[in-house]
Write a protein that binds this ligand. Structure first.
Ligand code: RBF
Length: 215
């Protein structure tokens, strides 16, 4: 029996109001696919709606930090644009274009039901998923170190939790076991499940703490 692994969160996790992005690399894809599936299952188990989960991919782990940073920034732009569209879609007075008489080519010409289906909330957390397997080159060390530092920087710079879903494995077997795909008797544990719950917990904490609530 191992003593490793996270204890359950002290309070019930509720992801029903959260919007979460998963950004994953495509190196070592069979392991990545299992981790992404484990993460999605965990997010849904904690109440995150399908429509509030966005998935993006990049070539390798080295690309993850920039991608996370851009995805966070872009979701703020998207939320702002949707809010503007919603306001533009309302008939606020004679000088304001209404849905019945939109300016040609303006955002206000978008039908209201479409606008209402658009995401209007920036991401509450981003989960970065990659699999680095030590090979014969120094790449493993360089990439592992720079990616972990850079992902930490993204979350501290943006204030949006970035969940560290980057496996650093010495062998293929280690990577497989950490995705629940072990080839031996021990299938291992899919760490994606922990990353999904960590995202919901950290997103909820960050919101609450941001509002000055500590109970
Ligand atoms: N990316 C990974 O996500 N996992 C790896 O195990 C991995 N190993 C690499 C080994 C070498 C020798 C090189 C050149 C790249 C490797 N990459 C790996 C890709 C890297 O993260 C990145 O996508 C590319 O270097 C392009 O910037």
């Amino acid at each position: 029996m191992s003593i490793k692994g996270p204890a359950p969160a002290p309070t019930q996790l509720d992801g029903s109001g959260l919007r979460i992005a998963i950004v994953h690399s495509r190196w070592n894809k069979s392991v990545i696919d299992a981790l992404v599936q484990g993460t999605i299952a965990s997010l849904k188990k904690h109440g995150v709606k399908d429509s509030n989960i966005a998935i993006q991919s990049v070539p390798g782990s080295f690309e993850l930090p920039l991608a996370c940073s851009k995805v966070i920034a872009g979701s703020h732009v998207q939320a702002g644009a949707t809010a503007t569209d919603l306001l533009g879609g309302l008939n606020l007075g004679s000088s304001t274009p209404s849905l019945m008489s939109p300016r040609p080519g303006s955002r206000a010409s978008t039908p209201a039901p479409t606008i209402l289906n658009m995401p209007h909330q920036p991401f509450d957390a981003v989960i970065a998923i990659g699999v680095l397997i030590k090979g014969a080159t120094m790449h493993f060390e360089y990439i592992s170190e720079s990616v972990s530092h850079a992902l930490m920087r993204v979350q501290l710079d943006t204030g949006v939790p970035v969940i560290f879903g980057v496996l650093t494995a010495l062998t293929d077997d280690q990577a497989l076991e950490r995705a629940g795909l072990g080839r031996g008797e021990n299938k291992g544990h899919n760490h994606g499940e922990d990353w999904g719950s960590a995202a919901v917990e950290m997103a909820s904490h960050t919101r609450r703490w941001g509002e000055g609530k500590f109970n």
